[in-house]
Design a protein around this ligand. Structure first.
Ligand SMILES: [Zn+2]
Length: 411
């Protein structure tokens, strides 16, 4: 069967009809609609002869045997956020199905080819994203914490999993799935505005951003708004305000895609008649380069100390969360570049702000790369999420070329 990218678009529309409503996609993991989507997917893959297996974490695998046990993996996630878009995650899966059909029709491939539909990438119901891929990658270490999690209706995560045949305590056994994996490829919508602003359909993803997330606490002195002269104030908000603006030149100085966000400030006592005594400020910094990420944090600390001295207040940093940048494989990045140039003329390399299942697989040491396809208006996680059909078809072609090139390079 020759590759037919228009079939992928038609199947994505079919899936939208089957599991969406007027508010968007409703395939939240561990729900009935999600299970229905998985059953539907099973039917789509059946004709290829690939054998299905559900692993201990609920990941759905389809395996097409090759000359070698060594496996090339194609991945995506069919789960969505509530009121989600029609492409996030399922484009990856359905493009993979089309590539699988083409490979099966060409005869026995040199490498075993496996398509994986990761379980619960979004974490929409229980707040734990990358569930299935982290179990398979061996980075799931929060079992005790997961056991306590409940959804909005008070249903415990282990109970929801059990309804779908998954035992939380056994989920980490999914790790054996990556034993024979030699390479992992994933297509995804960009979910941001970069490719559209450059008028390019496709790009190669260099990796996922490292993140430094801090709570910056400024401490001054509450004082009466009427009786305290301006030069006698110790105003905690003044420090937070200065830092909120300083992150712009800071990101510009470090460059190469650096982004910094001050996502909120809580002031106490927070009344109109008092100088602010305490300002708790949220700071999020991201970069693809670990050294440059560290530099961003250092600049933020130094600037904060300067502002604290200027305002006669105190400042302290408390780390809320961080993750290292995860870099994709250079050889695969070059192959993806080549594949994109062949189908679209021009390629572009860009980092990913969001984490993806691919980041978990890369962290497990398996050479990984992603292709991004343009998102219209940069929107995702909303029913407004969209991509031009011609770009979707180019994306399927690029994934197919990349699969062929990767097979040749790793066989
Ligand atoms: Zn996704």
């Amino acid at each position: 069967m020759p590759l037919d990218p228009s079939r992928t678009v038609a199947e994505l529309q079919e899936l939208r009809e089957l599991t969406g409503d007027e508010n968007g996609a409703q395939r939240v993991a561990w729900t009935e609609a999600w299970a229905r989507a998985r059953d539907w997917l099973r039917g789509k893959v059946a004709e290829t002869g690939a054998v299905e297996e559900i692993d201990e974490a609920g990941n759905q695998w389809f395996t097409l045997d090759g000359e070698s046990d060594r496996a090339l993996l194609l991945g995506g996630h069919i789960d969505s956020v509530p009121n989600g878009g029609w492409l996030d995650g399922c484009l990856n899966v359905m493009a993979g199905v089309e590539v699988l059909r083409r490979i099966a029709a060409d005869g026995r491939p040199p490498l075993t080819v496996r398509l994986v539909n990761w379980a619960d990438e979004e974490g929409a119901r229980f707040g734990r994203s990358l569930f299935g891929s982290s179990a398979a990658a061996g980075s799931m270490t929060d079992q005790d914490e997961l056991r306590q999690r409940r959804d909005q209706n008070g249903v415990a995560l282990p109970d929801a999993l059990r309804e779908h045949g998954v035992d939380l305590d056994g989920a980490r056994a999914a790790r054996s799935q990556l034993e024979n994996a030699v390479v992992y490829l994933e297509l995804h919508i960009e979910q941001g505005p970069v490719l559209e602003s450059m008028d390019l359909p496709l790009g190669v993803v260099l990796g996922t951003f490292g993140v430094e997330r801090h709570l910056v606490t400024w401490k001054g002195q509450a004082a009466h708004a009427g009786s305290t002269p301006m030069d006698k104030r110790r105003d905690a908000l003044a420090g937070a305000a200065k830092l909120a603006l300083e992150i712009r030149p800071m990101a510009a100085e470090v460059g190469d895609g650096a982004v910094c966000t001050s996502g909120g400030v809580v002031c106490r006592p927070g009344i109109v008649t008092s100088v602010v005594e305490t300002a708790e400020q949220l700071l999020d910094q991201r970069h693809l380069d670990a050294g440059k990420l560290a530099r961003l944090l250092e600049l933020a600390r130094k600037a904060s100390e300067r502002f604290a001295a200027e305002e006669n207040i105190d400042v302290s940093f408390e780390r809320i969360w961080n993750i290292e940048p995860i870099l994709f494989d250079e050889k695969l990045i070059a192959l993806a570049d080549e594949s994109i140039r062949e189908v679209a003329g021009t390629s572009h390399r860009l980092p990913s702000g969001p984490l993806h299942d691919a980041a978990e697989v890369a962290r497990a040491g398996i050479p990984t790369v992603m292709i991004f396809v343009q998102s219209l208006r940069g929107l995702s996680h909303t029913k407004l999420e969209d991509t031009k059909e011609e770009h979707l078809e180019l994306a399927v072609q690029a994934l197919d070329r990349l699969t062929t090139k990767t097979m040749e390079a790793y066989a």
